[in-house]
Design a protein. Structure first.
Length: 325
């Protein structure tokens, strides 16, 4: 079985806080309103991505991983994760504020849910002038004070609120309290996990008029109460050179901004590579003779048995490159 760069059918998620930008950004017609998330590449159970290009079109990512193993994801990745694809890639469009939440780490998630934990990152693609993101604490509180503040509707004032603008990067390790605010359009890269503890939801009601469920006690033990000086990832953009944004045990993500061809060599990486096109369009050529275009709003999975990729932008292009080291 010959592997080649893979595109997938987007999994569009209608939610109460969703907006109208995802279909426009991804050039999906007719556009749909109220779509909060597009799951670009997913191995999450019951939400597994399906290949959309080439002779493998119609095959699920799970099926392909079972058949090809380390050729698709890399030897060390396959040894660690087996037939679970380790990353979930999303676009998120927040017309309204998302709930304030926290994710458990691997140890707690394994114990409670027999799942991986959830460390993630956000790259802000677009943002309205008043858009914001909550990430981390602005002041020190105790677990007991957290519970009291939830009861008294006084929790939100303990959080660090960041003005969000295009190009901002936020790394959200498991345990960090966070929320995407209204007006943010982001790319999210995360561990394969769908476990979220909802801490606060602005007293919103669900479709039946009931308060949305909170996970106060579950979150209490999952929260990292450490206060940090800064929660935003700083970096210096550089045209036609990869710029590292985040590296952690679960993924490394680089920013590729290009107006001329860029050659990427992966023979020592031992991992799949994902491209998420944020702006522009490029032709992607690999060392097996495959070539295809990648435009804004599309994501691409480069199999681990690929050694060299050349990215040839047709105009200024911005791509997030992510893999497992």
């Amino acid at each position: 079985m010959n592997l080649y760069p893979l595109k997938f059918e987007p999994i569009l998620k209608p939610v109460i806080w969703g907006g109208s930008e995802i279909c426009k950004f991804k050039q999906i017609a007719p556009p749909r309103d109220g779509i909060g998330e597009s799951w670009e590449i997913s191995g999450v159970k019951d939400h597994v991505s399906v290949i959309s290009n080439g002779y493998l079109a119609g095959t699920s990512l799970q099926e392909l991983l079972i058949k090809t193993g380390s050729r698709l994801v890399g030897k060390k990745v396959y040894e660690k994760y087996g037939n679970t694809f380790p990353l979930l890639i999303k676009f998120i469009d927040a017309r309204e504020n998302l709930s304030i939440q926290v994710h458990p780490d691997d140890e707690l998630a394994k114990k409670r849910h027999n799942s991986f934990g959830k460390t993630e990152m956000w790259y802000v693609i677009n943002a309205t002038p008043d858009a914001f993101i909550y990430s981390g604490f602005a002041k020190k509180i105790t677990p007991e004070e957290y519970v009291e503040r939830i009861k008294n509707d006084a929790f939100i004032e303990t959080l660090k609120k960041h003005h969000a603008k295009p190009g901002d990067v936020f790394f959200i390790p498991a345990g960090r309290v966070h929320a995407i605010g209204a007006g943010c359009f982001v790319a999210e890269i995360q561990q394969t996990s769908d476990i979220t503890y909802r801490i606060y939801d602005y007293n919103r009601k669900d479709a039946d008029g009931n308060p949305r469920e909170l996970h106060t006690e579950l979150a209490k033990d999952a929260i990292d109460y450490t206060v940090h000086d800064s929660y935003k990832t700083e970096y210096v953009p550089c045209l036609n050179q990869p710029v590292q944004l985040v590296t952690c045990p679960y993924f490394t993500t680089n920013l590729l901004e290009m107006n001329k061809p860029l050659r990427r060599v992966y023979h020592q990486l031992d991992s799949f590579v994902i491209y998420i096109c944020i702006e522009g369009e490029s032709t992607i050529k690999d060392d097996k003779g495959n070539a295809l275009s990648l435009h804004q709003g599309e994501s691409l999975l480069i199999p681990a048995d690929t050694n060299v990729v050349e990215l040839i932008p047709s105009t200024y292009t911005k791509i997030l490159e992510t893999y497992v080291e």
